[in-house]
Design a protein around this ligand. Structure first.
Ligand SMILES: Cc1cc2nc3c(=O)[nH]c(=O)nc-3n(C[C@H](O)[C@H](O)[C@H](O)COP(=O)(O)O)c2cc1C
Length: 186
């Protein structure tokens, strides 16, 4: 039996692991394998001391129905980490396929925090005034239910206190979601 190696080159020239035997867990392995897990794209937002904070986030998942909980994993190195830790409420706007530019904007580490919403149409959330991205597929407003250490991220669990989305698939304004898969938007 040959020992597994990392990385290998697959038929399409993309670096790929030997899935037969597996490879030791590593940041590269996680990036590569989880890059094959297609996800929706959200903009996480928080309002703190009157400053509108935001961050593109795909590490988002529903957690519980009773109570209604979702989670977002936030890098401890991000500026958003401080904001979501201190804000009373935070929001997730689920992007449509037309909103890739927004996803890129709020993932840009160099952007200016104070002006980052200047050219982004948005609406204050009902309970806290946290920015909701206009034209999003759906949005959630949350209070923090729990915070858990997740290595270089914090797993922030939110209790949904307000939510809205398009009513049905046959709505004439319905748009497909923006997705992220193997490092590309579609
Ligand atoms: C497609 C995509 C998804 C991302 N998802 C997350 C995520 O779930 N959690 C996270 O902490 N950072 C995520 N990031 C990185 C942040 O968006 C990025 O680091 C952001 O600029 C942090 O901004 P800040 O430091 O100003 O808060 C993602 C980036 C991209 C491009």
């Amino acid at each position: 039996m040959t020992s597994p190696s990392w990385p290998e080159t697959s038929r399409d020239g993309v670096t790929a692991p030997d899935l037969g035997y597996g490879v030791p867990g590593s940041a590269d392995a996680l990036r590569h394998v989880m890059g094959h897990f297609a996800s929706g794209v959200t903009i996480a937002t928080a309002l703190h001391h009157g400053i509108k904070h935001a961050m593109t986030a795909t590490a988002v998942c529903s957690v519980s129905l009773e109570p209604p909980l979702v989670l977002v994993c936030v890098s401890k190195a991000s500026r958003f980490h401080g904001a979501i830790s201190k804000a009373t409420h935070w929001c997730l706007s689920l992007l449509t396929v037309d909103q890739e530019a927004l996803a890129r904007h709020f993932a840009n580490r160099g952007r200016d925090l104070l002006s980052q919403f200047d050219r982004v149409p948005h609406t204050p959330s009902p309970l806290s005034g946290t920015p909701l991205v206009d034209g999003a597929l759906a949005w959630l407003e949350c209070t923090t239910y729990g915070r858990h250490d997740g290595g270089d991220h914090t797993i922030v669990v939110g209790q949904i206190v307000r939510a809205s989305g398009l009513p049905s698939d046959d709505d004439p304004n319905a748009r497909p979601p923006l997705t992220y898969y193997r490092g590309a938007y579609s």
